[in-house]
Design a binder for this molecule. Sequence first.
Ligand code: SF4
Length: 206
Amino acid sequence: MGETTKIAISAGIQVGGSLFTPEQFAKIGSVVGTDAKIEMTPFKQLYAEVPHERRDVIKEELERYDLEVYPAGFVTKSLIACNFCKGAEEAGLDSARSLNTAIAGIETPTPLKIGYAGCALGTSEPLLKDISVVKMRDTFDIYVGGEPKGLKTSFAKLLISGLTEDKLVPAVTALIHFYKAHAKGKEKFSKFVDRVSLERLRQIAG
Ligand code: SF4
């Protein structure tokens, strides 16, 4: 294989969680080629190394099978959502999908993980993500600054509560773009939150 590039493949946001069909798996296997390394990441994406010049063709082929393809590396990962066990409507599937469309694959100073939980049980571990959305009845709460890696871990802190659906995507994208514009080098998002303060971020997201 000549020059290669990594792509991130995900199953899309759906009831039941990160589900792949046998056809999708077979397609991934056939389209990336027999030499490709496929990695299961901790953030619900499969990474595959593919020939650079075939990247766009492979992306199109996979998208035809309802798979989503994003850049790998220093970007926002696709939304790490829960399984929507309370049902599409109650757990806010449409909101999660809109959020995923808005945030997945934005270049960022460090890889960003954005979480979504359809209720306060939070089985998708929202407090361990850089930014997380938790649906509370008819509104949404946003948490920021979760850090599960290393020995100095921290839980995300509540930034905003009671956000209506129409304000959700603008609030989260504003946080991402503010981070992009003001991070110091490769400053981790949790450190960025501590440095700029929750109060400042509330103004940005509000
Ligand atoms: S966060 Fe709530 S709605 Fe989502 S899978 Fe967990 S329990 Fe179900």
